[in-house]
Design a protein around this ligand. Structure first.
Ligand code: 5GP
Ligand code: MN
Length: 339
C-alpha cells in the first residue's frame, strides 16, 4: 500500500460511508478479530459499518467486543445482500479471493462498491481498488494495527480495538510461537496491552473455555493419530460418526492438527475431517521449516494458505483421501527430509 493509497483512503473515510466488512468462510480468531477491530475503528468516525460473516464461527470467539452485531450471510441473506448492494466500500479481510467466502462469492463479485483488501495470504486476486497484502505478516490483525498506524491514528486505538487485534495476533501465531512472530509483533502486543487489552483474560476466554465433550473428541483424535516416519509426517482422521459421538460443535477441532506437529522429528502434519453435510473431507495442513503446505494443498487438495499453515478439501471419501495423501508423500521425500 503506497503513501498515495493511504492519502486516497483517508480522503474516502473523511465523510461517513456505508461500509461492509467481510472475512473468509468459517471465520477464525484472526478473521473475527480483524473485522471487529476495523468495525470499532470506523464507528468512531460515524461510518455506517457492518461486519458480515459468510457463516457461523466458534463459541470461543463470541465474547469479543462487537460480536453481538455481526450478521451471518447464510441465515440473514436478504439483510446482508441489501447492505452489500448499498455499500460504498467493502473491506475484505483475511482472504485473497472471493471464492474463500463460499456463497458470498456471487454477490461480492457483482457488487459495484469499492473494495479494499487487507490480507496476509499468498497470491491475492486483483478485485480490489486498494490492496494491502503482505505474506510476511503474522496475521491480518497485525496488518489492521499497521493500517491504523499508516493512517496516523494509533491514538484512536481503545480497549475494544486493542482486544480484537490481540485475539487475531494470538490465534494466528499459535500464541506468539510461530516464525511469523517478530519483535515488531511483540512491540504491537505491548502497545495493545497498554491500550487496555487484558492479555490473561483474552487467553482464558479463547483457550480455557473447553467443553468436556471437546476434550473427549481431542482424545479420540489423538488415538487416531498415525505417523509415517520416513516422510516425517503425522496425520489424524475424524469421521462424521466420531464427531457425532462427541456432539461436535463448530470450533471443536480447531488446533487439533498441531498435535501431530508436536511429535519429535515431524515436519508435516495433517488432519482429515469428514463433513457428510457438505459431502467433503476438510483438510488442515501444518508444517515446520521450508516445506510449503500452501503449495502442497494447491497442487493436490484444492486449497492453499501460508507456507506453514494451509487448508484444503477432498471430494473422495475419508479412506480414499487418506490413501491419496499417503501415495503423494514419496514425491516429497527429499523436501520433507531436507534438514
Ligand atoms: P485451516 O487449516 O485452519 O482451515 O487453515 C489454515 C490457513 O490456511 C488459514 O490461514 C486459512 O485462512 C488458510 N486456508 C484454509 N483453506 C484455504 C483455501 O482453500 N485456500 C486458501 N488460499 N487458503 C486457505
Ligand atoms: Mn489470518
Amino acid at each position: 500500500m503506497t503513501k498515495a493509497d493511504i492519502k486516497s483512503i483517508k480522503q474516502l473515510l473523511a465523510t461517513p460511508k456505508n461500509i461492509v466488512i467481510v472475512p473468509h468462510k468459517n471465520p477464525d480468531g484472526d478473521a473475527i478479530g480483524s473485522t471487529l477491530a476495523l468495525y470499532h475503528y470506523l464507528k468512531k468516525y460515524n461510518h455506517n459499518a457492518t461486519v458480515m460473516v459468510p457463516n457461523d464461527y466458534p463459541d470461543f470467539l463470541k465474547w469479543i467486543p462487537g460480536s453481538e452485531h455481526i450478521l451471518k450471510h447464510d441465515t440473514e441473506t436478504e439483510a446482508c445482500e441489501m447492505l452489500i448492494n448499498a455499500a460504498d466500500i467493502i473491506f475484505t479481510l483475511d482472504f485473497n479471493a472471493f471464492h474463500r467466502t463460499g456463497n458470498m462469492e456471487t454477490v461480492l463479485t457483482e457488487s459495484k462498491a469499492m473494495k479494499i483488501m487487507i490480507d496476509h495470504h499468498q497470491s491475492p486476486d486483483d478485485y480490489a481498488a486498494f490492496v494491502f497484502s503482505d505474506v510476511n505478516m503474522s496475521s491480518t490483525c497485525e496488518m489492521i494495527y499497521h493500517f491504523i498506524d499508516m493512517l496516523g491514528d494509533t491514538n484512536a486505538i481503545d480497549a475494544n480495538i486493542a482486544t480484537c487485534i490481540y485475539v487475531g495476533i494470538m490465534t494466528d501465531t499459535g500464541s506468539f510461537r510461530f516464525p511469523s512472530t517478530t519483535s515488531k509483533t511483540h512491540q504491537i502486543i505491548a502497545n495493545l496491552i497498554e491500550k487496555g487489552a487484558n492479555n490473561a483474560e483474552i487467553h482464558n476466554n479463547v483457550y480455557d473455555t473447553n467443553s468436556y465433550e471437546r476434550l473427549q473428541l481431542l482424545g479420540c483424535a489423538l488415538s487416531n493419530l498415525k505417523v509415517i516416519p520416513e516422510a516425517r509426517t503425522a496425520y489424524i482422521t475424524l469421521s462424521q460418526d466420531e464427531l457425532n459421538q462427541f456432539n461436535y460443535k463448530k470450533g471443536d477441532t480447531e488446533g487439533v492438527v498441531n498435535y501431530g506437529l508436536s511429535l519429535k522429528n515431524i515436519v508435516l502434519a495433517a488432519i482429515f475431517i469428514e463433513d457428510k453435510k457438505e459431502g467433503i473431507i476438510k483438510i488442515s495442513l501444518r508444517s515446520k521449516g521450508s516445506f510449503s503446505v500452501n503449495e502442497f494443498s494447491r497442487a493436490h487438495f484444492n486449497g492453499g494458505g501460508h507456507t506453514n499453515a494451509a487448508g484444503g478439501r477432498s471430494e473422495l471419501c475419508l479412506k480414499e483421501t487418506v490413501e491419496k495423501f499417503i501415495s503423494i508423500l514419496p514425491r516429497y521425500n527429499k523436501a520433507l527430509n531436507d534438514d
